[in-house]
Design a protein around this ligand. Structure first.
Ligand SMILES: [Zn+2]
Length: 250
């Protein structure tokens, strides 16, 4: 099992991090945690401690962009470049029209998104995309910017676009919100496994209300996928883990 996107340094997880990871290690192949500017030190501590099991991706969420000055963003870019040998992806990066409605802020977010796509190209790394209410625009931006390796995290767009995504050879990451979304269910049921990944976005999107999500909840995604596809869970998992190994080179 693999969780290709979560936030291990989030306060809801870090307080029990050793216990969570020890338990995850018994069941899982790997975890990729996404680092944001605000938790980079804590994330790297976890990464150093659990090297070979925990992998890291460095990005800047559109909401972080809103909170940071241009100078801070430039410094963060230098930080990303200086860790090029530690990271397996650039992300999460993208656009968020749910939380950011102001046009000027969105233009700036888009500019920073493209700058981070450039870093990914420069380092030859895949990107993990956060595109809330912006899937089509994000797709157009990455194809126009010649991005070859991309993961659509928590994809919530329509099925027509989902088909274009996989035709381009990109990946759609199926998250624990599979239980609640019609489109995600259809993707998990019908789309080629070779284009799918699994993720929890922990501590968010918990399948259990009142409890933070954890990486090992990937098992619930696989169970549901097994049921939808009428296929053994082990078979599904093997392909997904291989996809992740291929794209993230882990
Ligand atoms: Zn996330």
């Amino acid at each position: 099992m693999i969780d290709t996107h979560c936030h291990l340094a989030h306060p809801d997880l870090i307080k029990n991090i050793d216990q969570i990871i020890q338990d995850a290690k018994k069941q899982m192949d790997a975890i990729i945690t996404s680092i944001a500017p605000g938790d980079k030190e804590k994330s790297f501590e976890i990464y150093e401690k659990y090297k070979g099991f925990v992998y890291v991706s460095l990005g800047i969420h559109p909401i972080d962009v809103k909170e940071m000055t241009d100078k801070e963003i430039d410094q963060y870019k230098d930080f990303v470049l200086s860790h090029k040998n530690d990271i397996v992806a650039i992300g999460e990066i993208g656009l968020d029209y749910h939380w950011i409605k102001d046009k000027k802020t969105n233009e700036r977010t888009k500019r920073v998104f493209i700058e981070f796509l450039d870093i990914a190209k420069q380092l030859n790394l895949p990107v993990i995309l956060h595109l809330r209410k912006a899937a089509q625009e994000g797709f157009d931006i990455i194809t126009n910017n010649d991005i070859k390796k991309a993961v659509f995290h928590c994809y919530a767009g329509n099925l027509t676009l989902a088909k274009e995504i996989i035709e381009q050879g990109y990946y759609i990451s199926v998250s624990t919100n599979l239980m609640g979304s019609k489109n995600t269910k259809k993707i998990a049921k019908k789309f080629p496994l070779e284009n799918l990944l699994t993720e929890t976005d922990a501590p968010f999107l918990s399948p259990f209300s009142g409890k933070p999500n954890v990486p090992q909840n990937v098992k619930f995604i696989l169970e549901k996928m097994g049921e939808l596809r009428q296929q053994p869970i082990e078979e599904i998992d093997k392909i997904i883990v291989n996809n992740a190994k291929k794209i993230f080179k882990i």
